[in-house]
Each structure stands twice: as C-alpha cells, then as structure tokens.
Design a protein around this ligand. Structure first.
Ligand code: BGC
Ligand code: BGC
Length: 628
C-alpha cells in the first residue's frame, strides 16, 4: 500500500469513528428523557418513536396476580394494579411492597423505550389494602365533618402511606352522590348532597398536591400520588340503589346532581377519572361517547386519562364478555384511555391491535390516548424517578396519621338522641364510676369498625390489623378505678347479677363492598337488635352504630337512652371515646337523611315527600367537659 492509499484508509477510519461517536451521542440524548425539555417537546419526541404495539401496551392495565417482570417487558404493559385485597403476601411489609412494585417497574424500564409503568390501588380510606396502614373513616363519615381541610390532610397522609409501599396512583376519591342508601357503596359517598360532595374534592389536592395552573393534571412529585375521581357518571343515582344499575334521570338532574364534583375535580387537576359500571337511561357509561368524550374531554377540557373500571368494558354487553371485540371498540371509541383489563390482557391487546389495524379505531384516537397517559407519567416525574426506595416506609401507619384519623373520627360522629328526655342527657359519660358494660358485635372488632375495602375487598372480621377497638378505647378512656366489663351479647341473668352504671352497645352492619352491600331492608342483623333490646331493657344505654349508611332504628329507638351514628370509623377507635366521655363535644351533622322506613326510599333533602326520622343536617351537640 502506497503512502497515498494509507492516508485514504486513515481518513475513512476517522470518518467511521466520528459517525459512530455522533450516533452514540444521539442514542444518549433522547429528548423525552430530558426533564429540562418542555412537556410538549418530551411528549412529541416520545410519541414519534412509539410503535402501535408500544402504544397499546400503555393502554393496558393488568392485575398484579397475573403480572411479572418478564410479561410486562414482553407485552410492553403500561400499568399494573392491586385489586381489592391483592397483596404481595399476607401482612406484607412496606419493603415487600416496594420490592414487588420495583420488580414490575424494572420490567417496564428494560423495554426499548423504557417507559415507566404506573401502579394503581384502591386507597379509599387510607392505604386500606395494606397491613398496619392507618385506616381513616369511610367517606360517609367524612361528609358529616363538613371539613374540607381535614379531608385534604387525609389525602396528604394517604399519599405518603401509598408512597411508603412504592405505589404512585390511588383510585380515589369516590365522588358519587349516593341518592339511595340501599346502594351497597353508599359509604363510599360523602353525601346525598352535591354541595358536600363538591367540597370534599379537596381530597384530590391532598393526594396530588396543589396545582398552580387550574384544570391541568398535576402530581407534585415523590410525596404525592395521582388521584382518580370515580365513578363517572351517576353511580350513586341508580334505580333502587342497585349497584352497577341504571340511573334514570333527565339530563338537567344528572348534570345538577352528579356532574358538579367532576367539574371541581378537573379544575383541581385530577390526573385520572374512572368510568362507572352503571348506565344512564339505559346506556352503559363505559360506552357513552357523549358524556366521556364530548362532555368530559371537550367541554370540561379534562386533559388527564380516563380509566375503565375492573372488567368494565366487558360489562358493556349483557352477559358480560359476550362480545369482547365489540366491548373494546365501544369503550375506546367512547373515550376510555386506559383499560383495567385486568386479567386476560393478551385478549385485550390482540383485540385492540386488530381493531386499529383494520381502522375500526382510528390511529388519531390511539395517539390521543397515549398522549394523555404519558402526560400524567411525565407530569408526576415518573421518568425521573421510576423506582421507589425504602426511605418512605416509615410513613405507613405513622403516629401523626393515626392522630389525624382519630380527630376525623371525632368529627364524623352524629349524636341522634341524648337522654329519654332532653333535660336528662346521658352524654357525655362520666369517666369515674364503679362499673360499666361494653356489649355488641362491633365493640371489639377492628375489621367491623373499618368496613369493606379493608385488607380484603369485602373487609374482614376480627382484630386483623393495627388499631384500637372501641372496647380498648373505653378501657383507655375511663378512670383506672372504673371497672369495664365486656360481654358481646349478655343474657338477662348476667345483666341482673351485675350492677352496671351504664352500658355502651356497639352494633351495626357487617363489612361489605359493592354489590354484596346492596340491601332492600337496611336492617342491622341479629344479634344486634336483641343486644339492644336486652341491655337497654335493664341498663341505661348508649348505642353506637357502626354502619355504612342510615339503617332501620325506629323499632327500638324508644328503648335507647342515647344513640350515636359512628359510620365506619376505621382503626382509631379512640376518636369515638374522646367524644363519648366528653374530652370533645359532638359536632357532626348528618350528611344523609335518616329515613323512618325503607318504603320511603329514595328520599333526599328537598324532596316533596320528605318525612325523615332525622333530617339532613341534624345532629345534637354536647360541650367538652375538659378543655383540651
Ligand atoms: C370498583 C372500583 C375499583 C376497582 C379496582 C372495581 O370493582 O368499582 O371502584 O377502583 O374495582 O379495585
Ligand atoms: C377485586 C376488586 C374488584 C372486583 C370487581 C374483585 O375480585 O378484588 O378489586 O373491584 O373484583 O368485581
């Protein structure tokens, strides 16, 4: 080789090296990964790179029980959830949760584009699937407080507990306006009154943080989680209170009763909204393009993503899943962005791929979907910090959160009756006395106190997680010399052979969730009514009701000396005794109408046939006997 050709090779080599270096630099610099770039730049850059397969993956939410690192990678899955009670292991620690979520996340990060997944869970009264989490009162109680700031604080505490387990997304709040307590989810609703429900959308700001820009999805970093206003629309208005039923209303009423809280949620920057299983005038909400796309997205300008409910698109047909391809078509074209499949996800992915490839669903719809999902993921900083560490584990069941829950419990209590005559009130109870009786199926049962959506989907019975039962709260509250005798369902001999100064009876509904809670009778099951009858027949008594809604009390109300509605207070039973024994006064006002008999239902404040036992807004008060 001559000198000249040697030089040529040298130049060529240099050129190749430079090209390699340039393309390496290009591979290193991907605009969408650069947090310094504007959101729109990142979005456009990432969208340009994505294949149809990758886009469909973003739309797919699968259940953790069918998820694995490898499958997430292989199918490019964009989201995973825990259904009710779906946990990595029984009594799993926050660290175990973090490891599980991170393992799934690593699957997502190892894909070509490394788009992080978002993990969702029902944290509807605290981080309720998780052992030892703080369990706050269910929404039915929170409506009573009329305290949006308290509810915001609950949102902030819940966000920290959710992040403690490595999770970034909560399917809360439920902003249903429950118009009929026969509905099994009535306790997930703050009130029958639209204005109260609206005021409680502060939970969103607690979960996500305060947005400075109105109406744009917003999650303020690592201490906050994406929220989900659910279930859009009219879930609380179904005929006879049937779960997943049909809401029969003219549009004026639908919009004035059920829509306003969605408007507020959008303005507060809610990241996601979940569609309702229910129908409006016979049309399934999961297939209602007019309300989901035209109203929510176009009119209200919602820019976050719409998520389906669990197998919600399956239920577009009757029977469910009768024509899944049609379900995907109807749901996605209606405006659902992310589909909570959540089990048989390859069927969903194949079906959706077919529909897009054959132009039944336009590519523009898919691009709109993916833009919405990625906007939320970018906004919340998921790309910058996709993996969790153990540093937030300490927030789970934190004492400050338990104190907050206890305060909330105090404010959720409604005093319905106090003394057989107003001049002889029974409450507040004295702490120093000789002997008191605590009775009833719900007196020593944390699971019952918490209700449905606690550890398990349907809730549990027994002292199944950390917390204080009402019985132990009584023991802690009274003077050390006061004898507390507990008997769940005492008989006459027992009652006669003891000389009790008074009795605290704690009875109510067993836990339930969704359709299992639908009830046409609204009675509390035995032995509740007999315990009331027996005990109140021989001892001065206060009855504390643990229920998800108003229940039938008229038959025994005259035998009772005092009656307290405590709803589903959660783990912090001391909130109940704080008020019973007068450290704090009763302040709660009914956020629901207390009916006389079920044949009056539905009956809400403002109705022409309004004839309640206790009206909306009712609640006796007491003064604190000690200043705290
Ligand atoms: C419920 C939703 C819940 C979802 C995930 C559904 O059955 O209706 O409220 O978020 O399950 O658990
Ligand atoms: C899940 C819940 C879900 C329900 C819907 C249950 O198996 O655990 O999260 O809401 O199914 O039917």
């Amino acid at each position: 080789m001559g000198y000249n050709s040697m030089g040529k090779v040298w130049v060529l080599l240099m050129m190749v090296m430079m090209w390699c270096w340039a393309s390496m630099a290009e591979a290193e610099y991907m605009r969408y990964k650069d947090p310094k770039q504007r959101l729109s730049v990142r979005l456009n850059d990432l969208m340009k790179r994505m294949t149809l397969e990758e886009k469909i993956g973003q739309m797919t939410q699968i259940e953790r029980s069918v998820a694995s690192n490898e499958d997430i990678k292989k199918h490019l899955i964009g989201s995973v959830l825990s259904g009710g009670g779906s946990v990595p292991s029984k009594q799993a620690t926050p660290e175990t949760w973090v490891d599980m979520v991170n393992d799934f996340q690593k699957g997502a990060l190892s894909t070509r584009l490394g788009i992080p997944l978002i993990y969702g869970i029902d944290a509807v009264h605290g981080h309720n699937n998780v052992y030892k989490a703080t369990i706050f009162p269910h929404n039915v109680g929170l409506g009573v407080t009329r305290d949006p700031i308290l509810v915001k604080k609950i949102g902030a505490a819940t966000a920290l507990e959710v992040r403690a387990t490595g999770i970034q997304y909560a399917f809360a709040p439920c902003i249903a306006v429950c118009r009929d307590p026969r509905w099994g989810r009535c306790y997930e609703s703050y009130s029958e009154d639209t204005e109260i429900v609206r005021s409680m959308t502060t939970l969103i700001s607690g979960l996500q943080g305060d947005s400075s820009e109105k109406g744009v999805p917003f999650v303020d970093g690592q201490q906050k989680v994406a929220a989900c206003a659910k279930h859009y629309l009219g879930d609380g208005g179904t005929h006879l209170g049937t779960n997943e039923g049909n809401t029969i209303l003219d549009s004026k009423k639908l919009f004035s009763i059920h829509m306003p809280a969605y408007n507020d949620s959008v303005i507060k920057g809610v990241a996601t909204i979940m569609t309702s299983y229910s129908s409006w005038n016979g049309v399934k909400m999961h297939a209602n393009r007019n309300l989901v796309t035209n109203y929510l997205k176009k009119k209200l300008k919602f820019k976050g993503f719409v998520i389906s409910d669990w197998q919600g698109i399956d239920r577009i047909t009757d029977p469910p899943h009768a024509n899944y391809t049609y379900s995907i078509l109807a749901g996605v074209n209606a405006g659902i962005d992310m589909v909570m499949v959540p089990m048989n996800y390859t069927e969903f992915i194949d079906g959706l791929t077919y529909l897009v490839k054959n132009k039944f669903i336009p590519m523009s719809r898919i691009d709109d979907v993916v833009r919405r999902i990625l906007r939320v993921k970018f906004t919340m900083g998921l790309f910058e910090k996709p993996l969790a560490d153990y540093s937030m584990a300490k927030y789970l069941g934190h004492q400050e959160h338990r104190d907050l829950a206890r305060e909330a419990v105090r404010k959720t209590l409604v005093l319905l009756k106090n003394g057989k005559s107003a001049s002889k009130p029974l409450l507040p109870l004295p702490k120093r006395t000789s002997k008191i009786l605590v009775a009833g199926s719900h007196a020593d049962n944390i699971g019952y106190q918490c209700g449905g959506w606690t550890l398990e989907w349907q809730g549990l019975s027994g002292n199944v997680t950390a917390g204080t039962t009402i019985l132990s709260a009584v023991e802690k509250a009274v003077d050390p010399n006061t004898k507390v005798i507990y008997n769940e369902n005492p008989n006459q001999d027992f009652l006669k052979s003891n000389k009790f100064d008074f009795a605290i009876i704690v009875v109510g509904e067993p836990p339930y969730a969704e359709t299992f809670g639908d009830s046409s009778t609204l009675t509390i099951p035995e032995p509740g009514p007999s315990t009331i009858k027996n005990v109140c027949g021989s001892v001065k008594c206060v009855v504390v009701l643990i229920t998800g809604r108003p229940v039938v009390v008229q038959p025994f109300i005259n035998n009772i000396d005092a009656l307290v509605a405590a709803w589903l207070p959660g783990t912090e039973g001391q909130g109940v005794t704080d008020v019973l024994f007068g450290d704090y006064g009763f302040t709660g006002k009914l956020a629901r109408t207390w009916f006389k008999s079920v044949d009056q239902l539905p009956m809400n404040v403002g109705d022409s046939h309004y004839d309640p036992l206790y009206p909306f807004g009712f609640g006796l008060t007491t003064k604190a006997t000690k200043t705290t």
